[in-house]
Write a protein that binds this ligand. Structure first.
Ligand code: SIN
Length: 275
């Protein structure tokens, strides 16, 4: 018996959850249902959630430990919160297809993003179903990538920020945070389904492959996230919330809203090592 209503946005990915107030303490049975909905729909959307950062953290904590982004100042109040707003150049930096933080050895399980300041139009977030992206590949490509690994790298600007915020020199930084090689196709730890796990933001080359071949294959694989049949698109309102499973989705924030303002706040849930 479900205690809330689930309205799919597309046949594959994305569902809006109605009649659930995330500011209330929710029972384990409701949270179990929510987890099932997340596993089925990969990204869930909620409207009119007047939630505090503590509420956002409480919901996230049911799913796992909260992640402190390596560029955050350790020990700061709400170090787990990432506030995403345009910078001085009016750039938001999330207008590219990616899964969050895949340059970590154990990338996040998922993220909960809350819309705090939303433009009247624009700034939608698009999500792609990476199970569908894998399943849509032809068998020859699958055979080529099924056992392959790819290196994911830290963006340079974040290396500098992390060294500064954690007071580390280069050697210590790379000792703590070496770039990982993740499987190109990962198996979801809960559903057992396979998904394509490379992204334009952080993946750089396929291990053991000539650069030209790796570049061409990665370009083809990145492009799968851009296929409309694998996607849904979310139009934000103030106090809307999106909760995505980072293990089987990618997302892209449309940077079409300037000079309007857009501020969203993310709490990220730690995940496990992709296999
Ligand atoms: C993100 O990439 O984590 C944020 C996406 C968004 O701003 O919609």
């Amino acid at each position: 018996m479900t205690t809330f209503d689930v309205e799919p946005l597309t046949p594959n990915i994305g569902a809006e959850i109605h009649n659930l107030d995330l500011s209330q303490a929710l029972s384990d049975s409701v949270m179990n249902e929510l987890e099932h909905a997340l596993l089925d729909w990969k990204v869930l959307f909620f409207r009119d959630q007047n939630i505090s950062i503590e509420d956002q953290k409480r919901v996230a904590r049911w799913f796992g430990e909260l992640e402190v982004h390596p560029t955050a100042v350790p020990g700061a109040e709400h170090a787990e919160l990432i506030r995403i707003a345009e910078d001085d150049q009016r750039r938001a930096h999330n207008d590219l297809w990616h899964s969050d933080v895949t340059f970590r050895h154990s990338p996040p399980l998922g993220s909960i993003l809350c819309g705090r300041v939303i433009p009247p139009v624009g700034g939608d977030t698009l999500f792609a179903d990476m199970y569908a992206a894998y399943e849509g590949l032809d068998e020859k490509i699958k055979a080529k990538i099924d056992d392959a690994k790819a290196v994911h790298v830290w963006p340079d600007a974040w290396v500098n920020m992390a060294m500064k915020s954690q007071n580390l020199d280069q050697d210590e930084f790379w000792r703590r945070y070496p770039n990982p090689a993740h499987p190109v196709v990962r198996k979801h730890p809960q559903t057992g389904r396979r998904s394509l796990f490379v992204n334009t933001a952080f993946t750089r080359h396929i291990v053991g492959m000539e650069k030209s071949e790796s570049d061409a294959l990665l370009a083809f694989l990145y492009n799968q996230a851009t296929i409309p049949e694998y996607q849904c698109r979310f139009r934000w309102r103030k106090n809307s919330v999106a909760f995505w499973d980072n293990r089987c989705t990618q997302h892209y924030a449309a940077a079409d809203f300037y000079p309007q303002k857009r501020v969203v706040e993310r709490i990220t849930i730690s995940g496990d090592k992709p296999v």
